[in-house]
Design a protein around this ligand. Sequence first.
Ligand code: FAS
Ligand code: PHB
Length: 390
Amino acid sequence: MRTQVAIIGAGPAGLLLGQLLHLYGIETVILERKDPDYVLARIRAGLLEQGTVNLMEEVGVAARLHREGLVHDGIELAFGGARHRIDMKKATGGKTVTIYGQTEVTRDLMDARAAAGLTTVYEADEVTPRDFDTDHPRVSYRKDGVTHEIACDFIAGCDGFHGISRESVPASAIQTFDRIYPFGWLGILSETPPVSPELIYSRHERGFALCTMRSTHRSRYYLQCSLDDHVDNWSDDRFWDELKRRLDQEAVDNLVIGPSIEKSIAPLRSFVAEPMRFGRMFLAGDAAHIVPPTGAKGLNLAASDVHFLSQALREFYGEKSSAGIDAYSAKALARVWKAERFSWWMTSMLHLFPDTDDFTARIQLAELNYLVTSQAATTSLSENYTGLPY
Ligand code: FAS
Ligand code: PHB
């Protein structure tokens, strides 16, 4: 088999890249090791920057997003027993965010790819990028016990943090930057109305809590928990009781509890691999970087990566220019590191660290008080949260 761009991974990065390249008349094949249901069952991100919404519109899959997504003009910060609204739309001159689950983004992109008759090989085993340091890269894989090979011009490693693409790069050719946080997020999904119309980020002496949602009838909540905690230790009742301890009284009064339909613990880390290009192979999305979800940047960074990469490949095929692909890594990393900084800053400000002593606690509270009383600080948070320009 031959194609122009072989994409490894059918998560949001791989699927969105596939649709953008299709728009530009560039052939792709996507190789995914899991089956579609498994990919859709992963409960992950929930909040889209305007740039991500724009890309979904560009590839013509934003109809349901606009029908079902919830546009939010602001968020609330809770600390010291009170809640403070950050009017992001006002601070940024009109920018908003949209609540629309990653599962739905992935489903819409999967449906569009299938409708366009584009090739996605699911349950592809032993996917291996080869010869990407030559002008004739290829990707091999096994399917139903048979080994296949795809010759291509380029390989896009969109296979997430635990994928094969980054692993295939010689250690001498890559530099990684890593910060593992000493806590995790215990997340719960429930068919209950959200506690508040917008998200509540709560800094509390017992630990961080986040109230978010997937729709007006489906809520998602997160509690900071210890790294050695286990989801089996958390009955629904225990979760709701702990959440109430970390919220302000108004939120406690408005909280509607119900049975969990999903419950899981995710570790938090900051990670960046440099560069994001290795000859004829590019990394995009979680394959190249990870952010703690506090800033809601993970999925949105995957989107901006594939925007830059699709433009670069469009220029290569359309104008026979390598300028875009040569500039891809530096361009993507410039935005990645700003999102890494913002996510690290939000996490540092809102969580209880093992070494959070009285001084650090006062600094966190001073940071939060400055945020809600200074227009400059509010604007800075708002422009990062709604998404820095591409
Ligand atoms: P993905 O990991 O989504 O997709 C990679 C795909 O490649 C997967 O389908 C995988 O099966 C496939 N793959 C892997 N190895 C392969 C191989 N060898 N061969 C073929 N295919 C292979 N972000 C937020 O913004 N907010 C959140 O609240 C949030 N919560 C998260 C919770 C968890 C538990 C995790 C893990 C991530 C969370 N994220 C969150 C980040 C997440 O949304 C990612 O940023 C997003 O999935 C990135 O998309 P991809 O880069 O496509 O990677
Ligand atoms: C979510 O809705 O899952 C979500 C929203 C904002 C975050 C993290 C997760 O910062």
